[in-house]
Ligand binder design. Structure first.
Ligand SMILES: [Zn+2]
Length: 224
């Protein structure tokens, strides 16, 4: 596979470098070397502002508005309480479903899939791509929710890090265990969470988790 050139602003060069981007000093351009997942660099792809409806979208999850979700957890390493973040998506969010491609008549010109709205609120996890405007909103709250490699999962995704000791705080416990930072099981647990409302479009790649009761009504609300 050929390399992918990026549009990286000077101020963000260190971030791109830490994710694995390389600098071509002759062409004076940052690029994604072959073998590295280009999705992590989605916000710097030249095509980030335009999309062709005939091709698969750059981001598989979208929403007309969203919430930056703030919670807290005890760090496994230093035992101190640290803020942790995710995103909550409203009922209107949509996921891109890929069309079956095992059909003999399937052609590159056919529609690759379609958008589906399931009508549930959801919490993002295993996040591995965010649009530039969403990153900008997230950075108003934290620098500690950022791409990192998970040995457990064997992939790189947006992971929370302890604000005190920088230890990695993986998604699994916080999202999948009842009582985890993003899995409230009572109004009391939910009352410690904060929803920062953002009236802008959301675009990302990752997973969306649903629960029968997310206790959203008990969470604190800010902004909007
Ligand atoms: Zn810590």
């Amino acid at each position: 596979m050929a390399r992918v050139d990026l549009n990286v602003p000077f101020a963000e060069k260190d971030q791109a470098k830490s994710l694995g981007a390389r600098w071509d000093s002759l062409a004076k351009v940052w690029y994604v070397p072959s073998g590295v997942n280009a999705e992590l660099f989605a916000c710097w792809l030249p095509s980030a502002n335009g999309s062709d409806p005939e091709h698969e979208p750059e981001f598989g999850i979208r929403s007309p508005h969203y919430f930056v979700l703030e919670s807290a957890t005890d760090c496994w390493k230093c035992s101190r309480l640290t803020r942790v973040f995710s995103f909550m998506l409203p009922e209107q969010h949509e996921q891109f479903e890929y069309a079956q491609d095992d059909d003999e008549d399937f052609a590159l010109t056919s529609n690759p899939g379609y958008w589906v709205c399931h009508g549930y609120r959801g919490t993002m996890s295993s996040l591995h791509g965010l649009s530039r405007p969403v990153i900008n909103q997230l950075r108003l709250h934290t620098e500690c929710y950022k791409p990192a490699y998970s040995k457990t999962a064997g992939v790189t995704y947006y992971m929370n890090h302890c604000e005190h000791c920088a230890a990695k705080l993986g998604d699994f416990y916080m999202h999948s265990e009842p009582g985890g930072a993003f899995f409230p099981t009572s109004p009391t647990e939910a009352s410690g969470m904060i929803l920062h409302e953002v009236n802008e479009r959301f675009d990302a790649n990752g997973g969306v988790g649903y629960t029968t009761d997310d206790f959203m009504g008990y969470m604190q609300r800010e902004g909007g």
